[in-house]
Design a protein around this ligand. Structure first.
Ligand SMILES: Nc1ncnc2c1ncn2[C@@H]1O[C@H](COP(=O)(O)OP(=O)(O)OP(=O)(O)O)[C@@H](O)[C@H]1O
Ligand SMILES: [Mg+2]
Length: 269
């Protein structure tokens, strides 16, 4: 039998990672206007894990998510999603972009069902699920509205439903709750945790909020300023399910402080 050669050594006690990123570099444009967004980025994400990604503005977080979603190319290094090139994989991946990018002429429900339509799936059979998602994000009654009739935060919630409608194995979320008021954000954080615990999707979640990163994450990856690389990874040992009040506790405070210190060091270095 020919031995299977893995691109990376895997420690025996670890679950097989769903995402492997090794030595990745990405530069936009050409000299003299080139912008080096990512340099030597390495990290992995295990199946079913929730990883938060924090870093200063412009450090390449959205770029990294777009690479993982197979939307854009990278220049150097290796990116594998379940062992495959993300540009070629048929794995269902859900992506919430930083801006909601809804189609203005389509209703809320039609926007949510779009990925299924594009994949040639009978989307009518999934309308029930789409309606459930709408209710989950607190938008019941808005199914027939068009994007111009929604607030920015409501549009972003629709985008989250759209990312979840095909029951993705991997959810890539780019600051999905950044535009929401604090109470709605808290509620959706709790709900996202509940969905994640029930389905064990793998999630990579970009946020500017250290609180949110620690509250949701099994691990928090901290990136440096541009060109971004993963500077530190903080393991969050808080038990689940996590209640909102956990954020007032000393243990939570310690993890948040650890991330903050890593972020300061990452930005200083
Ligand atoms: N399509 C593109 N063409 C040219 N440059 C780009 C493109 N996308 C991103 N960049 C550049 O790459 C760098 C990283 O951008 P990116 O959007 O990934 O940052 P970010 O970490 O998501 O920032 P923020 O926290 O503000 O969302 C920035 O300097 C940006 O100008
Ligand atoms: Mg971004």
């Amino acid at each position: 039998m020919v031995p299977v050669k893995l691109a990376f050594p895997v420690a025996a006690d670890r679950v097989q990672p769903i995402i492997r990123v090794h030595g990745v570099g990405k530069t936009f444009g050409r000299s003299p206007d080139a912008v080096e967004a990512l340099r030597d980025v390495s990290f992995d994400v295990d199946e079913g894990e929730f990883v938060s990604l924090v870093g200063p503005s412009g450090c390449g977080k959205s770029t990294m998510l777009r690479i993982l979603a197979g939307i854009i190319d990278w220049d150097r290094g290796e990116v594998l999603v379940r062992g495959e090139d993300p540009r070629a994989t048929r794995l269902p991946v859900g992506m919430v972009f930083q801006a909601p990018v809804l189609l203005p002429w389509r209703t809320v429900l039609q926007n949510i069902l779009l990925p299924l339509e594009m994949a040639g799936i009978n989307h009518r059979a999934h309308e029930g699920r789409a309606r459930e998602l709408v209710a989950w994000v607190g938008l019941a009654g808005f199914e027939g509205k068009r994007p111009y009739e929604l607030s920015g935060g409501m549009e972003q919630r629709v985008a989250l439903c759209r990312a979840l409608v095909n029951d993705p194995v991997l959810l890539l979320a780019d600051e999905p709750f950044g535009a929401l008021d604090a109470m709605t954000r808290d509620r959706l954080n709790l709900e996202l945790q509940r969905i994640w615990m029930a389905t064990r999707k793998t999630v990579v979640f970009v946020t500017h909020s250290i609180q949110e990163a620690v509250f949701l994450g099994d691990r928090v990856a901290v990136m440096t300023g541009r060109p971004g690389r993963v500077f530190a990874v903080v393991n969050v040992g808080l038990s689940r399910p996590r209640e909102l009040a956990i954020q007032d506790g000393r243990e939570f405070g310690r993890y948040a402080a650890e991330v903050r210190v890593a972020l300061e060091a990452a930005c200083a270095g």
